[in-house]
Design a protein around this ligand. Sequence first.
Ligand SMILES: O=C(O)c1ccccc1NCC(=O)[C@H](O)[C@H](O)COP(=O)(O)O
Length: 217
Amino acid sequence: MRIKICGITQPQQSVAIASLGATALGFICVPTSPRYVNVLQIQAAVAPLPHHIDKIGVFANSSIQEISQTVVESGLTSVQLHGNESPEFCHQLRQALPDVEIIKALRIRSHEHLQQVTEYTNYIDTLLLDAYHPQHLGGTGQTLDWTMLQQFNPGCPWFLAGGLTPDNILDALSLVKPNGIDLSSGVERKPGDKDLDLVAKLFLTLNSYASDRTISA
Ligand SMILES: O=C(O)c1ccccc1NCC(=O)[C@H](O)[C@H](O)COP(=O)(O)O
């Protein structure tokens, strides 16, 4: 399972979190976020990371030119679209960045909102489901109703996000079977400052879950 820790702002934390077991790190390229990082900050956080770690830039309603320039200058491997980007926009972005993973985030308010997933699956690599918040686009700590995702199978790989913590992750995974999980505020001291003890607790919890499943299989 992919494990993405999002909202990294400090280079030393990106290395430490990768060493603890994260497979993907997220960098917020949305200027209004308290976790915003510019190209120079992303470069500094990405440069010391091993090749196999996915370096994901999170954008919201940016232009294709802005996204492409940031990806090329920063060394990002994936783009997460967290605004109101249309399927057509995803299609155009894929043409501009053919070797970059495109992740479309959808903020889900109700079961009906899940229907829009099918409009995107031909134009993206990966889906990310986050919780809806009326004022903020992401990093809110709000959880989704996991019970509505018990049978969820979008036809492409997907991340579960929204309010996940070391304390609730096993409850979530007992109900939902995503290809990846994404955590931000649940492993933070304050926005952009990750709590490495909480990150370590997350991986201990996930490792115990993985070994329990191996034993019972
Ligand atoms: O984290 C932000 O500040 C942010 C701002 C604007 C758009 C997206 C943002 N975060 C996107 C993420 O991928 C977060 O990891 C996701 O929303 C989950 O956050 P949390 O509920 O705090 O775990």
